[in-house]
Design a protein around this ligand. Structure first.
Ligand code: GKR
Ligand code: MG
Length: 430
């Protein structure tokens, strides 16, 4: 074991992976057959390896590579120094168009925050391993033993247009009955205590009818609808009265802070977002609005907010301004879910169950296997570090899948054009 003052990160390894993802529909199109992520490993001069899961889009892989010299040779304790080096050393790149709004992995403007989060995650894993403490303890200690997650329903087709593998067990999800059946199955399998539906796909009246069907089937269960800013302000206001009695919060129905601010005057619901407040700068703009303001619940995502500690800071600011806080997610595996769980355990004012796409994934890189939900919650690990070990064979397989799948940057709109050549993904559409 090296003395702590000689402890150094000697090597960064980044392994892009691709895993099966169902044909889930959203505002900009449909999920491709494989979702991309990457696994960042930081190895130290005493042979410890810290890991973090992050995006696997081409832009992110390039950003990580440009940051190699900002992490190799430095101490795993040097979190603040790393933040500064990355903030100044990793440049923003041109973002993809509107159709990629839902895919933070390809947001070039957030390169630095995303790289910081990936490095920080692996550094905290190292620190925890070295000290014999779980990451939540390194973050100041857990205030809860388990973290609640929400069922995350999607409208979906039964299978992908190109059929690289057998259809999933969830079947089609389009009608209110199918959406209720999807929710029932998800609750039976995982015990989730709240339910979110990804909207912005079909006629808003149909999506509101699905929410009403869910409310009828699961009385008392908190519900959320997320049209991903695909509704105009007028449409969002029109459906607000019906949704007032159905939802616990109304998530990103309409674009821009101005739009959400206007909507807030026409609904009693808290407005939640992972689209109009995605950085501290946007948070600053949001809290400057007089009155109720555009956002009442910030849905953080440590993968692009700058990491776990940055999200703790965000949670404190939300508390100061009387805002709720919870978490957003994209398609991900165990290292991300467990990192979210440590973080949520160390955020006292977590006000709602977090989002997770995890039930839609079948494959895994964790040697511990698939993460278990008990009554919709994940138990906060007490093992040193992150508490996730890589299954090297699985990592190799998912890396091979990455190489062969041909996808290099998520593009749900291009995928939808295969079903409907006239689809543009232009938003807001309703
Ligand atoms: O994976 O289709 C999806 C989601 O729509 C995702 O891209 C969003 O970022 O889950 C997200 C959300 O809450 O907006
Ligand atoms: Mg959302």
């Amino acid at each position: 074991m090296k003395a702590l003052n000689e402890w150094r990160i000697t090597q960064m390894r980044v392994t892009p992976i691709a895993f099966r993802d169902p044909p889930l529909l959203n505002a900009v199109g449909i999920h491709e057959p494989y979702a991309l992520r990457s696994i960042v490993e930081l190895e130290t001069n005493d042979g410890l390896v810290g890991i973090a899961e992050t995006y696997g889009d081409e832009g992110m892989l390039k950003a990580l590579e440009t940051a190699r010299e900002l992490i190799e040779g430095f101490s795993p304790f040097d979190l603040n120094g790393m933040d500064e080096r990355v903030k100044h050393g990793v440049k923003a790149t041109k973002s993809a168009g509107f159709e990629m709004n839902l895919a933070p992995g390809s947001h070039g403007a957030k390169n630095a925050a995303k790289v910081m989060a990936a490095f920080e995650g692996a550094m905290l894993d190292l620190i925890g391993q070295r000290l014999g403490a779980p990451v939540c303890d390194v973050l100041g200690g857990a205030v809860r033993d388990s973290v609640p997650y929400s069922a995350y329903l999607f409208f979906k087709y039964a299978e992908h247009i190109e059929k690289p593998y057998a259809p999933d067990a969830w079947g089609e999800g389009i009608s209110p009955e199918q959406i209720v059946a999807q929710a029932r199955r998800m609750r039976e399998l995982y015990g989730f205590g709240s339910i979110k539906l990804k909207g912005g796909v079909f006629d808003p009246a149909h999506e509101v009818a699905c929410m009403a069907a869910l409310a009828k089937a699961f009385p008392g269960v908190p519900l959320r609808l997320d049209p991903n800013a695909n509704w105009t302000l007028e449409t969002s206001i029109k459906h607000a009265p019906a949704l007032n009695s159905l939802l616990e919060y109304y998530e990103d129905p309409t674009p821009t802070l101005d739009g959400m601010n206007e909507l807030a005057k026409h609904t009693t619901l808290p407005l939640a977002t992972n689209m109009v407040v995605t950085s501290f700068e946007e948070l600053k703009q949001s809290v400057r609005y007089p009155g109720r303001g555009p956002v009442q619940v910030v849905l953080s995502d440590h993968h692009y907010w700058g990491g776990l500690r940055a999200t703790q800071t965000l949670a404190r600011i939300c508390d100061t301004f009387g805002l709720g806080v919870s978490m957003h997610s994209n398609s991900h595996l165990a290292p991300s879910l467990i990192a979210m769980t440590h973080l949520a355990a160390a955020v006292p004012n977590l006000s709602y169950a977090c989002d997770t796409h995890y039930p839609w994934q079948e494959e895994e890189v964790a040697a511990e296997g698939r993460v278990k939900f008990v009554n919709g919650s994940v138990t906060v690990p007490r093992t040193p570090g992150l508490g996730v070990t890589l299954d090297r064979e699985a990592l190799r397989t998912l890396n091979e899948q990455y190489k062969s799948c041909g996808i290099r940057t998520r593009n749900d709109t291009a995928e939808m054009k295969k079903y409907d050549p006239s689809f543009t993904g232009k938003s807001p559409r309703y």
